[in-house]
Design a protein around this ligand. Sequence first.
Ligand SMILES: [Fe+2]
Length: 495
Amino acid sequence: MAIFGSVGQAFQCRVANIPRLDLGLSVDVYSPDLFELMHRFLSEEHRPAYLEIFRANQTVLRSVRQHISSAVPLTYHGEGLWVTQPDFPLMPYLEQDLDDVAAQLTILGSPWLNHECATKQMAGYSFGTYLPPLFTAESARVVAENIALVQEKMDQVRQPDQEFGPLFVLEMPPLTYFMAGTMSVPEFFDLVTELVPCGLVLDIGHLWTVYRYTAVGQQLSLERFVDRFLDEFPLERVIEVHVAGLSQHPVAPPHRERGAQPEWLDAHDAPIQPVCWRMLEQVLVHPRLVNLRGVALEVDTKPIEHIVEEFREATLQFGALVRRRLHQDSTAGISVLKRAESCLEKKFGSGVDRRRLQADYARYARIATGQQSPTGPEWQAVADAPAGLNRYIHEYLPHEILHWGGDIAEMFTETWRGMHEEGNSLEDFVLWWFQQPRSVDRPYDFFLLKIDRMLEFVVEREPGLLTVAEREASMLRTAYAEANQTVHPIMEPTR
Ligand SMILES: [Fe+2]
């Protein structure tokens, strides 16, 4: 019996070219200021061995590569490639997006393209933070096909001395109070990796949200849940582990029932919780973690002193263990690979009905925005325990539209004064935002999208205020463009 099928072998060939990077940081160029952060580390004994950089303007990334020591490898965290979506190959700006991603990877010299297995745009509805996929077999097949499409493009722009382009590395997404599907998270990723030779990122905080917001997690202790999860998850594909903070959402009052876990969400500005360090240890000692290339603390938007403190803690507690796992021979884990070869029987395109899945995602978007009830097998668990979905719809989502990545009332101060005088409320804007699917005519940028949507809202509701709104929009766009051309922007990027 073959241990690896063609997909597994293809992955092994690709991962063999990826350097072992040790303990690093996953950062945003802007927040905190990356140069200031790295300067602060000069006085530290333990410094990040690599930096994973979130998508930014190419000019800014060039400046980062020039000014950060060449001894520090840079990897890339992408954004805006919505590979979970059935209409991904038809997205109007896909080619432009892929060219941009390829250029950013080249500038950084990144060996991989990390992207969340999640979307911020679904069937014409736009969101500010990630929505996980439908956890179904059909959805997993579409994810695999879409990744293959991106990987093909990345291979076309490989360096002359490289056999392959940067490896697509799919990150397990966080849950925000609910999850829909008919498969478990490990089953879903197992199927994706049987179909396409991608790598995976296992994010410890995201794993905690799976524990917290799925029924199976709530029936077990955290330790037992993580054990079971790791036994079922395709860990031999994990090349990077992320660790970040978790915290209660600012507008969500504690609804904590006696004995229940806190309602934390993935939060990169928040402290890394003690439970996350314990979960990290469980992951790092697992025998099937045989292709690890790096462990990164995700620290965008966190104060510099907290980053330095947490990095020191991570190094002292886990540095030696991480290095042992990095230098493990990947064939050493073969004896414990639990899965028999099955990928050869599976073929791309076999029975994937993208049109039907697109309708499922349109329904997902309507359910997640409170316009349709959760019905059908994928939504059964949510219908049985609707509190999480309701919290998402009524507390999380309005905050996202009004405040996340740019406070709409502060962005359009004068326009909103006039809107209020005419009887329009911010709540009306949220309802209007999700009233119907809207076409997308530019690569995803939530800040610019907010400006466009606000202008549309004014045209429909109070056209007399359009001149004022356009003036404010123009100032915002100019300031944003200037900010994105430098490494000291005045606005926080929307991650
Ligand atoms: Fe992450």
